[in-house]
Design a binder for this molecule. Structure first.
Ligand code: AMP
Length: 326
């Protein structure tokens, strides 16, 4: 699928000696895994090229996958090809110097509401960006080299973005491509331990947070991780944002959201759903993403109430007009 654009991207990679890879802000497993995985594949395939990973933020939780490069001076970009992974719109690109590059390639699996780049390969039905990178490798496997390091990074993104291969977006292709990574001998015991283990103190916070979950009339579950809660438990940004997973297994609650106070006074929304789509709600509130997993930004407590009213109405209508949901 999409052979032509993949071939154009490979040709562009071959054309450049200097390649910079970037991703979206607030890195998750998929954008971290795909950027590091692509970098490792390109380094192994083209040892004479300079390949860099440049961004402006960092994930402590994913630091076991390795570090990134320091930012360069502006003129360093003049002869560089810049590949942006997993980032729907330019405002979310973590490397703020991306526009200085000679040419830009976008590779993404979000709904393409804000196209950019000299070349763009977007497949919004792919379960993860890492799946697209493995597909890219697999398409040109006679020319590209997969390594155990690349496979570990890419597998990390595949499992985190698919909820451990649970989501509807997982296809036969997803599993075949994941199998190709496992063939590299990934240490899955260590990988899952790194992703799943929690500190005891965090468990105590979780016990508290579970009691703070609230429900709208028709079953939208939500939690507001406000400044006071963050201070009381000494939560990192990642601790706060992980709360969305506390809400995901409540019967009849087909839409759920975490509202997280940002230091600048805005409120980050992490919105999720099953059966019913929620991405339009994210788009209504300065955000976007996938059909059942999106984000948004709010400016006040009042906007939280408005977003919840919108989600509640949507869920009510869905429940009244559909059967078989759980
Ligand atoms: P998150 O809750 O931050 O994990 O976001 C869920 C999905 O929506 C991810 O794939 C994000 O890249 C995407 N997303 C989150 N926030 C936004 C936003 N403001 N605009 C566009 N996409 C977003």
């Amino acid at each position: 699928m999409n052979y032509e654009i993949k071939k154009q991207i490979l040709d562009k990679i071959k054309e450049y000696n200097k390649i910079i890879i970037s991703r979206h802000i607030r890195p998750d497993g998929d954008c971290t895994g795909s950027t590091k995985g692509l970098k490792a594949i390109l380094e192994a395939s083209f040892p004479d090229k300079e390949i860099y990973l440049v961004n402006s933020d960092y994930s402590e939780f994913l630091s076991f996958l390795g570090g990134e490069d320091e930012q360069f001076d502006d003129d360093f970009y003049a002869d560089a090809l810049l590949i942006v992974l997993d980032t729907a719109s330019t405002d979310r690109i973590s490397n703020k110097k991306f526009h200085l590059a000679k040419e830009i390639i976008k590779i993404d699996h979000h709904i393409d509401i804000a196209p950019y780049g000299d070349l763009s390969w977007v497949e919004n039905l792919r379960s993860s960006l890492c799946e697209m990178i493995v597909d890219f490798y697999n398409t040109f496997r006679d020319e590209l080299v997969m390594t155990k390091e690349a496979a570990t990074c890419l597998y990390t993104g595949m499992i985190t973005d698919t909820g451990r291969f649970r989501f509807r977006s997982v296809s036969g292709d997803t599993m075949r491509l994941a199998g190709l990574l496992l063939d590299q001998g990934i240490d899955t015991d260590t990988l899952f331990a790194r992703l799943n283990l929690e500190d005891y103190d965090y468990l105590l916070f979780k016990a508290y947070a579970l009691k703070e979950i609230k429900m709208t009339e028709n079953g939208v579950a939500y939690i507001h991780v406000d400044k006071a809660m963050q201070e009381r438990f000494g939560l990192s940004k990642e601790d706060s944002s992980a709360t969305v997973s506390f809400l995901e297994n409540i019967k009849g609650s087909l839409i759920w959201a975490s509202f997280i106070d940002n230091p600048d006074g805005t409120i980050r929304v992490r919105l999720r759903s099953r059966f019913v789509y929620c991405h339009d709600i994210g788009e209504n509130w300065r955000g976007g993403g996938h059909e059942c997993a999106c984000g948004a930004t709010l400016y006040s407590k009042d906007e939280i109430d408005q977003l919840l009213a919108e989600a509640d109405k949507k869920l009510k209508e869905y429940k009244e007009t559909h059967e078989g949901w759980l």
